[in-house]
Write a protein that binds this ligand. Structure first.
Ligand code: ADP
Length: 190
């Protein structure tokens, strides 16, 4: 049963392998409080850049908002990240702060990006509008967000902290932060 997916991966890697002498594009770590806008930004990024990004785990967006913490624990395989990289794709890791610290302990050398809401008040409004929270989970998320907003200011923790006020502006900043890697991934191995 395992043979097929692995064979598929190897075939894909041959087609999309980075040009000789080049390592694949660096992965990207996206972090930030729930409701900050990571999924929204990522969706746009994937739509605009087909075949450029990849995931180290299957990402079922329907389930994603129901169990983000559970899903966030699933990336933890360096080999899976490197397999995406070997296909000349930018591997997206959507992790919480603990995940960021775990990845810092590896040699994956991703670009670390934190997406933050303009304020806790705005975050609360967006979470309410998203309609995914109970009153209890909302309180938990806001408490976690407060800590996350503080930690994102820690010097050297993130390469870029994007304040998602205007979606257009935030998206432009995200693309800018990833522009070098996007260019790398757009070069074909042929
Ligand atoms: P995350 O993936 O970080 O949990 P989402 O992408 O689900 O966050 O965004 C939370 C909610 O805020 C969604 O309903 C989304 O449509 C909305 N949203 C995201 N970015 C903006 C923005 N710049 N302005 C207004 N609403 C936004």
């Amino acid at each position: 049963m395992l043979r097929r997916p692995l064979a598929g991966l190897a075939a894909a890697a041959r087609v999309r392998a980075p040009p000789d002498g080049m390592s694949g594009p660096r992965p990207v770590v996206l972090s930030g409080p729930s409701g900050a806008g990571k999924s929204t930004l990522l969706k746009r990024l994937l739509q605009e850049h087909r075949g450029i990004f990849g995931f180290s785990v299957s990402r079922l967006s329907a389930r994603y908002h129901e169990e983000p913490e559970a899903r966030r624990g699933e990336w933890q395989s360096k080999a899976a990240v490197q397999a995406v990289q070997a296909m000349n794709r930018i591997c997206v890791l959507d992790v919480d702060l603990q995940g960021v610290r775990n990845i810092k302990a590896t040699d994956l050398q991703p670009i670390y990006i934190s997406v933050q809401p303009p304020s806790l008040h705005v975050l609360e409004e967006r979470l309410r509008q998203r309609n995914t929270e109970t009153e209890e989970s909302l309180e938990k998320r806001l408490a976690a967000a407060r800590a996350d907003m503080e930690s994102s200011k820690e010097p050297g923790l993130f390469d870029a902290v994007i304040i998602n006020d205007s979606l257009e502006q935030a998206y432009a900043e995200l693309k800018e932060a990833l522009s070098e890697e996007i260019k790398k991934a757009q070069r074909t191995g042929a």
